[in-house]
Design a protein around this ligand. Sequence first.
Ligand code: WQD
Length: 335
Amino acid sequence: MNILVTGGAGYIGSHTCVALLEAGYSVIVADNFCNSQAETLEQVQQITNKDITFYQIDVTEEDSVESIFFNHDIDGVIHFSGLKAVGESVEKPLDYYQNNIVSTLILSKVCQKYGVRRFVFSSSATVYGENEVPFVETMNLLPTTNPYGETKAMSERILTDTAKANSTFSVSLLRYFNPVGAHESGLIGESPNGVPNNLMPYVTQVAQGKLEKLRVFGNDYPTIDGTGVRDYIHVMDLAEGHVAALENLKEGVNIYNLGTGRGTSVLELVHAFEEANGVEVPYEIVDRRPGDIASCYADVSKAKEELGWVARRDIVDMCRDAWRFERKYEVESLF
Ligand code: WQD
């Protein structure tokens, strides 16, 4: 089967392409490389020893999107592409609504036109807003604290209503928790532009000496040690979750949490990283970051029961694989 992966050169997209190729799917990538590199797709092909067809296009341009469906027999779509920085979305809401909503609208329309019946969407735990943890798929969604989260909730609504109106269109909405780590080869991983917003890439850069120390955003939350608790999931577990969702797609709308079901605090992750890699991560406690919630972790029973999928890798695997990828640049800089 031919699967169109939008944003397939990105962090989660590239790892999902590895899992798809290894599961025997043919992969077609559409990416505008605004937050990724074409070289990543070369690495994916090196890892899997399989070819990828890719188009450098913007999936908010309907003609460009339609040309792919016209030239290829697309059996399913996995839609990753979009802007994803929570803080940036507060500063540039129109960029986020334009990119994240228009891309979903266009892909949904073109799928209807070409009779594509399978659609997997990259959603986020952010849509739960200030619900009580652990987050469950049946919860009513609450307003999020940022336009990024709103674009994910709105895209879920667009896809839900499209599936309700078209009985042959099956949708899987995958709500990610906190993806971290890298493929064990160390060839692909998370390489944010500029100073990282997210915790793990910041930790790896402090350990590497690129950044002086980690600022821990608050230690006065009602959590095990006062620092923020999140459900960190290895990016390859997340990637394998997409293959499981594709292979178990039922008619209508299917919603799944993709997490481990375990919460880890900032300081627990820092200490796990230091122990797993034999490095030091200096840090300083500073004020809370606006918009952060105390705890976020998943109830993962539905994905286990319906997809037969559970996250297999633990926090040590995540720390070791993230560190290996970070050092890849160190090795490359020696030559
Ligand atoms: C994790 C914890 C911070 C950086 C975001 C998006 C979410 C998803 C994942 C796209 C928090 C603390 C962080 C730092 C710190 N993105 N922290 N110092 O905010 O849980 O989730 O990324 O889908 O939608 O909201 O991830 O890694 O930024 O923060 O103390 O320098 O680490 O306060 O408790 P977050 P994060």
